[in-house]
Design a protein around this ligand. Structure first.
Ligand code: ADP
Ligand code: ZN
Length: 639
């Protein structure tokens, strides 16, 4: 199936065929969505066909995936007891089935009826032949949340700052023609989500619909529950779009939105294209998140697309974050966006105390580079004693980050990507000793006994990831219950939910993880957060590395002290005086913004200049790299 987006008066192209038939009665995309597609195509330099592929998910474009059909049964007419009695003499089982049907609510699924009555298909068919029952195929909705109960919640009474922020949104909803995007800058735990919920309610009250974008990683059951619970009045009101849906589920959610049954869509990046009509509000939560950027064609930034879609559809857009991107905050200070600020955590809870641990000094004290500094170790011991919980954060998976030869210096690199292979111990249990794996392309290799380059038995493991942190912690605190949460340990669909549940109910003392645990989770009993190595993000070759580090530290710190007891954060680093770390330590967003903005201006970086990445590929680049003597150990972009 193809979509026609415009007509040419004439064309020079040869072999053009005529349109044979038009599928469907009305266009599947609105005029506004086409306008959006044209903008994406022009702005991101991408063919419009590619853009259309993002706008219309594959399951909608392809004919094979359709509705799931099931057989439903019902009596053909009203049947009284006398008739059933007569039938019972000749065909007792058919009579039993008929009686059940008149008792139960019909039409019902044939399969359910047969299960409930313990009767078979033959009996049902006979009843149909007799003209007493009829079967019909009907579409059923595949809803991944169908068997979950959502407890209905109602609006909370807002504090002053929240009310002011909400008023910004409702005023914009009342005159959307000249509304500017609203940047909601609120510290973690300041009640931004409550504002989104009430803003959506305000949009619905005005007969309009809403989209909420969240980073894929924070699209947790907890988040979905908050939205489904608040809008529990209709089972269908909230559609959820994310990458773990089956094709069938995606098909059904899309049609639920397109047909107008769902009025709120919550989803990751691509949900910005949700085909809602009468759109009133788009919320982009954690607007600074890098996952809003799509890395393959069509390359787009969902936050920016949201702002443009809002302009085209004349709706309100709210960008929320505790650590807004420099670009958005700049737009707010120059008046392009409106700014709403929440400075207080709910119930005036204190921001956690941030302690910086200088790893250079620690190193002098202890010969080996300790994963846990003395101070952090003492703090964990203290929490274990008080039966409070700890989160340890390291944004690097695996056990060791490289396998080096101490004789010739050669590292085991990926043949495809030339980055160092990470050694994994756990997920490879099936292989016995563990395996090396590439975090970019997924290539895996066995661990060699001797260095393949020089033949010496001198291989050493260097650098460490979450697996090593987990085993070290378990070793130091043998009685503590330690769990790890990263892309390796969470491969099963249910594992994530299970681990979070055990953590929330206090069955886990220490949770070790990657950025999977950095975002949007509330655990009242967590009073300690340890950042194992703050320098990892700081030294990435990206002009935004400093900004990312500031954001990451602030976000991770936001996990501590969400309950009654105030929290404490230990940041281990070799560069304790870097501005990203110092400003994060003092919870000083404005200060960080000022100094980073000056840096960007001096270097001609965004938001002062536009940057374009041009990638040139050649067949040679994909050939195996030749071994090089002074190959540097790559720090690896491991997420
Ligand atoms: P954020 O999204 O800014 O991190 P949340 O909206 O998740 O903050 O709010 C943090 C906690 O405070 C949540 O448990 C939420 O239910 C609660 N909360 C938010 N607003 C209020 C309010 N006005 N009164 C009481 N509790 C609130
Ligand atoms: Zn690779």
């Amino acid at each position: 199936m193809s979509s026609i987006i415009s007509f040419l008066e004439r064309s020079e192209a040869k072999g053009i065929r005529s349109i044979e038939a038009v599928v469907g009665e009305s266009p599947i995309l609105s005029e506004q969505m086409l306008e959006l597609a044209r903008w994406i195509s022009a702005y991101y330099c991408c063919p419009i066909e590619t853009v259309m592929r993002s706008l219309l998910p594959q399951v909608i474009r392809r004919a094979e995936v359709g509705w799931k059909k099931q057989l439903f049964v019902r009596p053909t007419r009203k049947i009284d007891n006398e008739e059933i009695g007569k039938l019972r003499k000749r065909a007792p089982r058919q009579a039993e089935l008929l009686e059940a049907m008149s008792r139960l609510e019909t039409p019902m699924r044939a399969a359910d009826l047969l299960r409930q009555t313990s009767l078979d298909n033959q009996t049902l068919r006979a009843l149909v032949r007799r003209g007493l029952a009829e079967l019909r195929e009907e579409a059923v909705i595949r809803d991944p949340h169908a068997d979950e109960q959502f407890i209905a919640t109602s609006n909370l009474v807002m504090n002053n700052e929240q009310s002011l922020a909400l008023r910004e949104v409702t005023q914009a909803l009342d005159s959307p023609e000249n509304a500017r995007p609203i940047l909601l800058h609120g510290v973690t735990g300041s009640g931004k989500t409550e504002i989104y919920l009430q803003a959506i309610r305000a949009a619905l009250d005005r007969g309009r619909t809403a989209i909420v974008l969240v980073p894929e990683i924070s699209l947790t059951p907890q988040t979905v529950e908050r939205f489904k619970g608040r809008f529990a009045e209709a089972q269908d009101a909230v559609a959820v779009l994310h990458s773990h849906l089956s094709e069938g589920e995606r098909h059904d959610e899309w049609h639920k939105i397109h047909s107008g049954r769902a009025r709120i869509v919550i989803g990751a990046r691509s949900a910005v294209f949700a085909p809602l009509k009468n759109l009133g509000l788009i919320v982009v939560d954690e607007e600074h998140e890098t996952t809003y950027k799509q890395e393959e064609a069509p390359r787009y930034h969902a936050r920016d697309v949201a702002v443009v879609r809002a302009k085209i559809e004349k709706c309100v857009v709210v960008l929320g974050s505790a650590t807004p991107s420099l670009e958005s905050y700049h737009n707010a200070t120059t008046g392009k966006y409106r700014l709403a600020t929440l400075t207080q955590r709910i119930d005036e809870k204190q921001m956690p105390l941030m302690r910086i641990v200088d790893l250079r000094q620690e190193r002098r004290k202890e010969k080996a580079a300790a994963i846990l500094s003395e101070k952090l170790r003492a703090a964990i011991a203290d929490r274990l004693e008080k039966r409070e919980q700890t989160i340890l954060f390291l944004n690097r998976r695996g056990f060791s980050t490289s396998l080096l030869c101490s004789n010739c210096g050669e590292a085991r690199n990926c043949p495809n990507c030339s980055v160092a292979l990470t050694f994994h111990r756990h997920p490879a249990k099936a292989f016995g000793a563990g395996r090396l794996s590439c975090h970019l392309c997924g290539h895996t290799a066995a661990v060699p006994k001797k260095c393949p380059a020089c033949g010496k038995d001198a291989l050493i493991y260097a650098g460490f990831g979450t697996e090593k942190v987990e085993s070290t912690v378990a070793h130091i605190f043998p009685t503590a219950i330690v769990r790890r949460m990263d892309a390796d340990s969470m491969t099963r669909k249910e594992a994530y939910r299970e681990t979070l549940r055990s953590f929330r109910t206090g069955k886990i003392d220490i949770l070790v993880g990657t950025q999977m645990i950095a975002k949007g989770l509330h655990f009242p009993n967590v009073t300690l957060v340890g950042i194992i190595n703050a320098d990892l993000a700081l030294h990435l070759p990206d002009f935004r590395a400093g900004e990312r580090t500031f954001q990451l530290l602030t976000q991770v710190a936001g996990r501590a002290g969400r309950g009654e007891t105030s929290g404490e954060v230990f940041v281990q680093t070799y560069t304790p005086f870097s501005p990203s770390i110092q400003f994060a330590r003092h919870h000083d967003f404005a200060g960080y913004f000022q100094q980073e903005l000056e840096f960007r201006e001096r270097c001609d970086f965004p938001p002062f200049k536009h940057a374009i990445l041009i990638t040139v590929r050649s067949p040679w680049a994909t050939q195996r790299p030749r071994r090089s003597r002074n190959c540097k150990v790559n720090s690896g972009f491991t997420f």
